[in-house]
Design a protein around this ligand. Sequence first.
Ligand SMILES: Cc1cc2nc3c(=O)[nH]c(=O)nc-3n(C[C@H](O)[C@H](O)[C@H](O)COP(=O)(O)OP(=O)(O)OC[C@H]3O[C@@H](n4cnc5c(N)ncnc54)[C@H](O)[C@@H]3O)c2cc1C
Length: 401
Amino acid sequence: MQTRYCIVGGGYAAAAAIEGIRAHDRDGSIVLLTRENHRPYRRPLLSKDLWYGTATIERLPMHPDEWYDEHKVEVRLRHEVIEVDADHRRLFDERGDEIEYGDLLLATGCRPRRLRAEGAETPGVGYFRDLEDYLALEGRMDRLQHITLVGGGFTSIEMAAALRSRGKEITLVIADEYPLHRMLPRDLGLPLLDFLRDLGIETVSGDVLAKVEETVGMVHARTYLGNELDTQLILVDQGGEPLVDLAEAAGIAIDDGIVVNEFGRTSDPHVWAAGDVAEFPYQALGQIMRIEGADHAEAHGRVVGANMAGAKLSYDHIPLKWFRVGEMQFEGVGELWARLDTELLWIEPGREGAVFYLRDEVIRGVLLINVHERIEWARGLIREAKPTTSAERANMLGVKA
Ligand SMILES: Cc1cc2nc3c(=O)[nH]c(=O)nc-3n(C[C@H](O)[C@H](O)[C@H](O)COP(=O)(O)OP(=O)(O)OC[C@H]3O[C@@H](n4cnc5c(N)ncnc54)[C@H](O)[C@@H]3O)c2cc1C
């Protein structure tokens, strides 16, 4: 078959790309292929709201089913694309179907980084990325009493807190001294670890799993430092790896992700990439980056979709990164790297505050902790890119002297 636009992926970037295309081309045919069983849905709800009961499955879809018909999109669920032949502008799925495209969007996101431990392929070791993973875990909840989370990423700690709130015994194994080690300064990371412990989560820091064995419903794990763990399920979150395989095999430029310009175009003029999988010029920071986050995937997908349909929009959004651990809500923008100079300021100690990420006293990133509706303000600070003093930052945040 032939289509004007072909979208590979069923996440935020894919759904938003449809909106972008349709804002500039009302009629060009669109085919969306996703290997998932569901139309695009809000993945972040999987690790928090669904467990806390603040959202139900019905709230997951980004758009109702009929929206795709109204926007003249052919959605092919359970279709995995296995090859892109960029020279002839066509692709193939695992069923042997061939699609010729005018323009192609790769919005394939990430796959979970696998656990490297002896026995790691046992069924007692799982990953948590898709709605199917959520449904499988929810379906087993009655039979699970102890779950081990491996990894110090935000999904891992969100899940640890969420499953604990459902009365499960939780062990959290993190390779570093504290979770979110690359993002949080130590003076915030250690209190976060204490916060998790106060929720009743057992934590093992500075250690990784070396060996996993499974015997009749129980999983036994040993760490490099010799800790022994008995659990019923190990869930691994060691971050994501961008799914660049299709692009790479098609000869499209790859770095930390699929390389795109400010319009979302790859090294092939008819292939575009958006969302978690794309490495793009982050204009406000003046550097090339790849970001894993829902707000970025949605905003990027929309802009890139519009550009596929002939717009010339340069992507200059400052994406929001948010996560929630129990009652702690984190929202960050900019360069959230603990390796920069950091300053943690509390409005209310341990409850409300912000981390400023600085380079030569210029604010490069801001992470807000339980501070709401200040994201536009934080974005403004990053755009300004002016040196500030500690007193000025405290004053701007509203810290009482
Ligand atoms: C549990 C969880 C919680 C999260 N919570 C937050 C949060 O609180 N805040 C936040 O900012 N971000 C969060 N994220 C990250 C956020 O969900 C992602 O950044 C976002 O989904 C990326 O969107 P995307 O469209 O780029 O990729 P994805 O949403 O990963 O979608 C990629 C799609 O492509 C499909 N696909 C891949 N390869 C193929 C192929 N060859 N053929 C067909 N289909 C293919 C995949 O199956 C998938 O449907 C969370 C992620 C997870 C997993």
